[in-house]
Design a protein around this ligand. Structure first.
Ligand code: HEM
Length: 131
């Protein structure tokens, strides 16, 4: 089965062992409120969790029910009663991931950026709608 262009791009990025380190470096410095949220985080573990989380965002964007159910669970953990992540912070997550992908995908271009942004936006809209 052919993967979507965005999943192919994510696979190319994942070959680079520095990809998710770059994502977290960019994300934690993108807004002053974000780094303190991760001050006690085990990043080896967090990188495994976010790799799976990004995969679920893509599956959701492709209409896959398992992806949607995973995002429903993340929406609960990130919602006002748990991690309490304000919806206004999700654009920083998207822009930081886009920057890391741009650095790490040798086949990056403007068309891929449009497709990545559409998939990520669909995922963050689904999560923030449940805040
Ligand atoms: C589509 C966007 C996002 C996805 C898929 C995602 C995914 C995840 C996942 C899978 C975890 C592990 C815990 C769990 O399963 O609930 C997690 C933890 C966390 N996320 Fe997110 N997240 C997203 C956006 C954000 C944003 C925008 C912020 C803050 C601005 C954030 C802050 C955190 C924090 C603080 C933790 C806990 C870290 C720790 O355990 O120390 N996340 N996220």
């Amino acid at each position: 089965m052919a993967l979507s262009p965005v999943m192919d791009s994510f696979s190319r990025c994942s070959v680079n062992p520095k990809f998710l380190d770059r994502f977290y470096d960019i994300f934690l410095s993108s807004n002053p409120t974000i780094a303190p949220m991760f001050k006690n985080t085990d990043f080896a573990k967090q990188k495994r969790l976010i790799r799976a989380g990004i995969t679920m965002v893509m599956m959701h964007a492709d209409g896959n029910k398992t992806g949607t159910q995973a995002l429903d669970r993340i929406a609960q953990s990130h919602g006002r009663h748990n991690l309490n992540i304000a919806p206004s912070l999700y654009p920083y997550w998207i822009d930081s991931l886009i920057k890391a992908v741009q650095e790490c995908d040798p086949q990056w271009d403007g068309k891929l950026e449009v497709e990545w942004r559409a998939a990520l936006r669909k995922g963050t809209d689904h999560i923030t709608a449940q805040y």
